[in-house]
Design a protein around this ligand. Structure first.
Ligand code: BES
Ligand code: MN
Ligand code: ZN
Length: 498
C-alpha cells in the first residue's frame, strides 16, 4: 500500500510528528532550515556532527530521540552529500534510505522541510515519491506467511510555507504517486514466477485494469486470431510451449478522437529457456523476467489512466513462453512474419525479436504518432551498459532525443547506441530474407536492426532493458523500470511537467 503524502505549512519546530528530518551536507555543512533547527535544539545538531557521529555523505543518517526545543519525538539527521551538487536527485536518493530505516523502526510518520536550496520543488516531489515507494516495496504474494513491520511508515509530510511552491509540490506528488503505482504493478507482475504468470495470466491482469478505467479498453488475441493475421514469427516461438500465446492490446483514449496515439510495444516472454538453443541452467530462473518490457507497458498505462492524461495511448504486449519441445523452432527453420518478410531462425534463443516483429507490424493499424518498444532483448546490452542505463536506438533522431530527455528527468536513464547499413548487413541470410541473429559483435545493435525492418512505416524508438529491468543476487527482484521514463515521456507530451 502506498504511503500517504501531505503538504503542511507548520514551522518545523512546531510540528508534532514521529520524526522530523534535518538535511546535512557533506563535511557537516548546514542549510538555513537545519541551522535554525540547530538553534531551536540548543546546538544539538552541531554537537552531534562535532562528535563525529555523521559526516553528511549521501544516505547516512542519525536518529536522535526527544530533541529538546522541538515538538517532534525524533530528529533524523540525514546526509544528502555534496552541497554544490545538491538537488532533487540527491534529496530523493537520501530519503529512500531514510524511509527504509523509519519503516523498520518506530516512526509511522515523517516530516521533511523542503530545503530552500531547491530552486523548483516539482521535480523533487515527483522523485521523492518514486524513490520512497521504490524503497518500501515488498513482494510477498508467494509467501505463506506475510511479514510486515511492527510500526510501518504510513505518512510523509512535506513542509513548505510558500503557496506557489505548495502547488508545485502537489502536482509532483500526484504524478510521482501514479508513477510509483505503475512501477509497483510492473514489479508485481514481473516477480511472479513463470508457472503463475503465464501469457493468459498476463492478459487477464491487463483486462482487470481495463475494467478499472472507463477510457481503457483491453482485449487479447488468441493463437487462432493471430494465425488469421499471419503472425508466423510470433506463433513459431509459442509452438514449443503448452501455454497459448496472447497478443494483449490496451487502448487508452484520453485524447481527442482523431489524435494519433503513442503506441508502446512490450516484450512479454513469461519464460525464456532459449528453446532448442537451450540456455545454460545457471540463473535461468531469472528468465521469468523476460516479460518486464510488457509489464512496463501495463504499468505505464495504469499511471496514465490514474492521472487521466489527455493522450491517446495504445499498449501492445505479445506474450509467449520460449521452451524446447518436439514442436519448437529448430535452428535453420524459416518462418514467415505478418509483414511477409521471411526469417531464418539461426538461434531459437533470439526469440524476443520474433514475437516483437509481428507486434510491430500489428501496430501499423493504429496509425501511430510514434512507436516505442521495450524489451529485455539482449545480454549484449548488459555487456555494453551494465545495469544502470538502458539501451536506446531508433529511426528518428528527434524521438530518440525526446526519450532520452524523459529518462534523464526521472533518474531512469537510457543511452543511445548507433545503427546503420554496416550493422544491417550482419543480418543477411543465404536462405531467407533475413536471419534472426547478426553474429557475435554488436548484439544489441543488430537486434535493433532486425526490429527496424518492421518499423519503416512510422517513427520508432527501441529500449533494451535487459540490464535495468531487474536486479540479481541478494536483492533479486524487478525494478519497475522503465515505467518512470515512459510516463515522463507522456507527461511531457501532454505538457504536464514544470
Ligand atoms: N531474453 C534474452 C536476453 C537476456 C539475456 C536478457 C540475459 C537479460 C539477461 C533474449 O531472448 C536472448 O536470449 N537473447 C540472446 C540473443 C542471441 C542469441 C543473439 C542473447 O542475448 O544471448
Ligand atoms: Mn532468448
Ligand atoms: Zn528472451
Amino acid at each position: 500500500m502506498p504511503m500517504e503524502y501531505r503538504i503542511r505549512t507548520t514551522p518545523a519546530e512546531a510540528l508534532a510528528t514521529d520524526c522530523l528530518i534535518a538535511v546535512v551536507f557533506s563535511k557537516g555543512k548546514l542549510d538555513e532550515t537545519t541551522t535554525s533547527l540547530d538553534k531551536a535544539t540548543g546546538g544539538l545538531i552541531k554537537e552531534s556532527l562535532r562528535d563525529g557521529d555523521l559526516s553528511g555523505n549521501s544516505g547516512e543518517f542519525l536518529i536522535l530521540h526527544r530533541p529538546p526545543g522541538l515538538k517532534a519525538r525524533r530528529l533524523m539527521l540525514l546526509g544528502v552529500g555534496d552541497e554544490k551538487s545538491f538537488g532533487a536527485k540527491a534529496l530523493a536518493g537520501a530519503l529512500a534510505s531514510a524511509v527504509k530505516e523509519l519503516d523498520r523502526t518506530g516512526s509511522r510518520e515523517v516530516a521533511l522541510p523542503m530545503p530552500g536550496k531547491l530552486e523548483t520543488v516539482y521535480p523533487a516531489a515527483k522523485r521523492l515519491v518514486i524513490r520512497a515507494e521504490e524503497a518500501l516495496y515488498r513482494f510477498q504474494e508467494c509467501k505463506s506467511k506475510k511479514e510486515s513491520p511492527k510500526h510501518p511508515l504510513r505518512k510523509l509530510i512535506l513542509l513548505e510555507s510558500d503557496a506557489g511552491r505548495r502547488k508545485q509540490l502537489r502536482k509532483g506528488l500526484d504524478q510521482g504517486r501514479a508513477i510509483a503505482n505503475g512501477m509497483a504493478l510492473a514489479r508485481n507482475l514481473a516477480n511472479l514466477p513463470g508457472n503463475i504468470c503465464t501469457p493468459t495470466h498476463l492478459a487477464n491482469e491487463a483486462k482487470k485494469l481495463g475494467r478499472r478505467f472507463d477510457k481503457l479498453k483491453v482485449s487479447a488475441l488468441t493463437e487462432k486470431q493471430m494465425e488469421k493475421l499471419g503472425m508466423g514469427a510470433l506463433l513459431s516461438v509459442s509452438r514449443g510451449s503448452r501455454q497459448e500465446a496472447r497478443l494483449i492490446v490496451m487502448e487508452y483514449r484520453g485524447g481527442k478522437p482523431g489524435q494519433r496515439p503513442v503506441v508502446l510495444v512490450g516484450k512479454g516472454l513469461t519464460f525464456d529457456a532459449g528453446g532448442i538453443s537451450l540456455k545454460p541452467s545457471a540463473n535461468m530462473d531469472e528468465m521469468k523476467y523476460d516479460m518486464c518490457g510488457g509489464a512496463s507497458v501495463i504499468g505505464t498505462i495504469q499511471a496514465c489512466a490514474e492521472l487521466a492524461l489527455p493522450v491517446n495511448l495504445v499498449g501492445i504486449v505479445p506474450s509467449s513462453e520460449n521452451l524446447p519441445d518436439g514442436n519448437a523452432n529448430k535452428p535453420g527453420d524459416i518462418v514467415t512474419s505478418m509483414s511477409g518478410l521471411t526469417i531464418e531462425v539461426l538461434n531459437t534463443d533470439a526469440e524476443g525479436r520474433l514475437i516483437l516483429c509481428d507486434a510491430l507490424t500489428y501496430a501499423e493499424r493504429f496509425k501511430p504518432a510514434v512507436v516505442i518498444d521495450i524489451a529485455t532483448l539482449t545480454g549484449a546490452c548488459i555487456v555494453a551498459l551494465g545495469h544502470h542505463i538502458s539501451g536506446l536506438l531508433g529511426n528518428d533522431d528527434t524521438l530518440v532525443e525526446e526519450v532520452a530527455r524523459a529518462g534523464e528527468a526521472v533518474d531512469d536513464p537510457a543511452w543511445r547506441l548507433p545503427m546503420g547499413e554496416d550493422y544491417q548487413k550482419q543480418l543477411e541470410s543465404n536462405f531467407a530474407d533475413i536471419a534472426n541473429i547478426g553474429g557475435r559483435s554488436a548484439g544489441t545493435i543488430t537486434a535493433a536492426c532486425f526490429l527496424s525492418r518492421f518499423t519503416e512505416k512510422y517513427k520508432w524508438a527501441h529500449l533494451d532493458i535487459a540490464g535495468t529491468a531487474w536486479k540479481s543476487g541478494k536483492e533479486k527482484g524487478a525494478t519497475g523500470r522503465p515505467v518512470p521514463l515512459l510516463t515522463e515521456f507522456l507527461l511531457r507530451r501532454c505538457k504536464r511537467v514544470s
